[in-house]
Write a protein that binds this ligand. Structure first.
Ligand code: F0G
Length: 464
């Protein structure tokens, strides 16, 4: 008999509706492509009952704390533990959960010195069950897919969404269809989808091409789409911010910095911050900033060239393949959260991404390249004076170091930028490189190597 979950008296589960982000149309149902039936724009989930009787902040905090002592599956999930701010389940055992969330908040003292801020934290979403932040959204969206009676779920992906979707589909006894760009995602991510039993199609196109095709597919075949266009995904991803603020004892940091690809995650975190603020869980809004790779900078250009009014798409190219996206679906939602929280949007170079990734790795934390744009972006925002020298910052690390071992190996071997325009820009990164050393299997050889390593200067920013 599974243990019972906890819900304090007076905390009612949230009831929801879909709202179009452009025309504001409210409805109880969403079409297969999750677009407004009137104007075709994206939908978001809204909780109309909060207008009359919003859940009380003190009660919510106490309930969420109390649930940490429970052994029930929904309370052990770092997502469903916050279910009072999620769409309602008729019963707790409907949730498809792998105990996602519950991710650590690490302090990064070396990186904070490098960036020039007093305290720097990393919320490591790469420590989720399938190694990325996608699991927080997937547990919710997969659950609602199964409740809607779907046998098949599908996504277009740069790798992490597909790994996560395949796992949750398998746990929920659904079948999954993955569309990924051929040759442009890491083997680690692809292999996860295979192992979790997905039907995996490598399409001869990029991520944007895969997503376009999926949007057509869901209108023709009974498959439920689990990309971040699906607003249930974003509700789950909101909990990253709830858990973060709980870890900070509800004292908001000055800045939260997140990578931007398809722009679902930044939209979700922004929505969570705005909801927490309106419910009185936090007294002020942190600035939420979004960082993109220079070669996949659609949002940067949308703001710079079109004032955030229309999307400026790009032909995306970056070694941070998770964010190799030129036509981000949730750009309007992202523009809204930037405006609402006063955040910035910036781009960083390939060399800056590689450097930041090695610096995070050198703290014993590690992340995948797309996550490292946050530290590279922070350095830039400090230089620009947007982040002040006395302000506290949280970086959202979205994926695990092991997600892209090729990038890491090529960086340390010095091959990452070989014969590219970035080669000279990265010459000064040598102090961060730790290539593997092939030796004869003798004690002498190992001792000599140890002695040589001892003579090497400590890394930039590392304690002497
Ligand atoms: N970081 C990682 C590790 C990602 O996998 C992604 C997106 C992002 C950042 C960007 O997040 O799209 O919400 O702005 N990966 C998607 C995928 C697109 O298919 O796995 P976003």
């Amino acid at each position: 008999m599974p243990p019972l979950s906890t819900s304090a008296p007076g905390v009612r589960q949230a009831d929801f509706r879909f709202r179009c982000i452009a025309c504001g149309d409210l409805s109880d149902r969403a079409s297969q492509d999750f677009r407004c039936s009137h104007c075709g724009d994206l939908l978001e989930i809204t909780y109309p009952l909060w207008k009359e009787s919003a859940p009380e902040a003190q009660t919510l905090r106490a309930t969420w704390r109390q649930r940490r002592l429970s052994q029930s599956a929904v309370d052990l999930s770092g997502v469903w533990r916050f279910r009072d701010l999620l769409p309602t389940l008729a019963s707790d055992d409907q949730a498809i959960t792998l105990r996602e969330g519950n991710t650590p908040l690490y302090e990064l003292p070396q990186c904070s010195r490098i960036a020039g801020v007093p305290r720097l934290f990393a919320k490591h979403q790469g420590l989720n069950p399938t190694g990325s932040f996608k699991d927080a959204g997937m547990t919710v969206a997969a659950t609602f897919a199964r409740l809607a009676g779907f046998r098949w779920v599908a996504c277009a992906s740069t790798g992490n969404t597909s790994a996560s979707m395949a796992a949750y589909a398998a746990r929920g006894n659904m079948r999954s269809l993955v569309l990924v760009p051929e040759g442009k995602i890491s083997w680690s991510k692809l292999s996860q989808a295979l192992d979790y039993g997905a039907v995996t199609c490598q399409l001869r196109t990029d991520f944007d091409g895969c997503l376009r095709l999926l949007q057509q597919l869901v209108l023709r075949a009974p498959v439920y789409q689990l990309n971040s266009l699906n607003p249930f995904r974003l509700e789950g991803q909101k909990t990253l911010a709830l858990e973060l603020l709980e870890q900070l004892d509800w004292q908001p940091p000055d800045h939260i910095i997140v990578p931007g690809g398809n722009l679902g995650n930044s939209s979700a975190i922004g929505k969570a911050l705005l909801e927490m603020h309106s419910l009185g869980l936090i007294s002020r809004l942190p600035k939420l900033s979004i960082i993109q790779a220079e070669g996949a900078n659609a949002l940067v250009r949308t703001l710079r060239e079109a004032g955030g009014k229309r999307l400026v798409s790009v032909q995306a190219e970056t070694r941070a393949t998770a964010i190799r996206i030129g036509n981000p679906a949730s750009w309007k939602k992202a523009v809204h959260v930037l405006e609402a929280t006063g955040g910035a949007c910036a781009q960083v170079t390939e060399a800056e991404i590689a450097q930041a990734k090695a610096e995070i790795g050198a703290e014993g934390i590690g992340c995948e390249p797309a996550s490292a744009v946050t530290l590279a972006g922070l350095k830039m925002l400090v230089k620009l004076g947007f982040v002040k020298p006395e302000e506290n910052v949280v970086l959202i690390l979205t994926g695990n170091l092991l997600k892209d071992p090729d990038f890491t190996m090529e960086f340390h071997r010095g091959d990452l930028f070989k014969d590219t325009a970035d080669e000279s820009a990265t010459a000064d990164l040598n102090s961060l490189r730790r290539p593997p050393i092939v030796l004869d299997a003798t004690l002498d050889a190992v001792i000599r190597t140890l002695e040589q390593a001892e003579k090497q200067p400590a890394e930039k920013g590392q304690a002497e």
